[in-house]
Design a protein around this ligand. Structure first.
Ligand code: PLP
Length: 343
């Protein structure tokens, strides 16, 4: 079995609703901040102090419990390095599937064994099966809250019980979509109670910085110190370091996008109901929908009309499913119009 990140082809044109990007583009305060960088600043290794301080303030954590990373993808890679360093081939990483590909890809790349635990049929969180899968070989448990691609949240109690059961392991809670959902572990006493509990965040989605590459991991100081030891010293480039404080300063933009997401989800539910399409209510900026017998065909037909959605039919339990970004309301309207004509 190989676990590789499945790179999707870049569409030449059209509406990108396949990668959960922010299709409004980032806040203009960000592009202004990047434009204001001088040739000298671009020639120097970046100073992160302002970006670290702004991110810590935004997340409500101390700077020593925070590591900025080159996208959350690098945070995931660093977590896998810390988990599997020196373990010699028998150590395990638990992945609850369907899941973001990077957990299995990084576990495998660092020499860990991938232990897959499937979600229940209704995509509810399989707490008992995860607890059962934890052994003394477990070095990391990968959780996504809310999940990608299902959009379902994990109950806090489940995270607490896993952290209690997997004390020798890192419990990595990927909160890439927490901006759109009801809960976060950041600020929760669980983070102090379980020092190996780590939270991953990205500024790719709500802040529209996917191309800039900026993410963060948050956890107990000693655990984040162990991440710092294996992370490169200049993970973020100077544009990303300038972008973060600028992005956090524009509250209106953030609030606007988060409210667009909430409206778009409701529009998708109503549109799918009207068309008789099965879907799962989501706490993220996307919705997973099932088209019995013709998921892949509909993805192609939409693509031919310039509307790109993500075929997830090969993911565990996702036969005939695709995932569509629920972001800018106008773009959701375009998707629904195209879907109606395809069906
Ligand atoms: C998008 C995504 C990421 C990656 O975020 P980047 O900051 O763009 O690297 C990580 N985890 C999940 C679940 C995602 O969907």
């Amino acid at each position: 079995m190989t676990y590789e990140y499945e790179r999707v082809a870049t569409p030449a044109s059209g509406l990108r609703l396949h990668l959960n990007e922010n299709t409004a583009g980032c806040s203009p305060t960000v592009s202004d901040a990047i434009r204001a960088l001088t040739p000298e600043q671009l020639a120097e290794y970046p100073d992160y102090d302002a970006a670290v301080a702004a991110t810590a303030a935004r997340l409500g954590v101390s700077t020593d419990s925070l590591l900025l990373t080159n996208g959350l993808d690098e945070g995931i890679l660093v977590a896998a390095m810390v988990a599997f360093r020196g373990t010699g081939g028998t150590a395990e990483g638990i992945v609850v599937v369907p899941a973001f590909d990077m957990y299995a890809a990084c576990t495998d790349a660092l020499g860990g064994q991938v232990v897959e635990v499937p979600l229940d049929d209704a995509f509810t969180f399989p707490l008992d099966r995860v607890l059962h899968a934890i052994t003394d070989r477990t070095r990391i448990v990968w959780l996504t809250n809310p999940n990608n691609p299902t959009g379902q949240s994990i109950p806090r109690d489940a995270i607490a019980r896993i952290a209690a059961a997997a004390r020798g392991a890192i419990v990595f809670v990927d909160e890439a979509y927490a901006d759109f959902g009801p809960s976060t572990v950041i600020g929760d006493p669980l983070l102090e109670q379980y020092p190996r509990l780590v939270v991953g965040r990205t500024f790719a989605k709500a802040y529209g910085l996917a191309g800039i590459r900026a993410g963060a991991v948050v956890g107990a100081r000693q655990t984040i110190d162990s991440f710092r030891r294996v992370a490169p010293p200049y993970s973020l480039n100077v544009c990303a370091a300038a972008a973060l404080p600028a992005a956090f300063a524009d509250h209106n933009y953030y609030d606007w996008y988060v409210s667009q997401v909430a409206r778009s989800r409701e529009m998708l539910y109503a549109g799918f109901d009207k068309l008789g399409v099965r879907y799962w209510k989501s706490d993220a900026n996307f919705v997973l929908a099932r088209f019995d017998g013709r998921g892949t065909a509909i993805v192609s037909a939409l693509g031919a009309r310039g509307i790109h959605v993500r075929d997830r039919s090969n993911d565990h339990g996702c036969t005939d499913c695709f995932r569509v970004t629920a972001g800018v309301v106008e773009h959701t309207r375009e998707f629904l119009t195209a879907l109606e004509s395809v069906l």
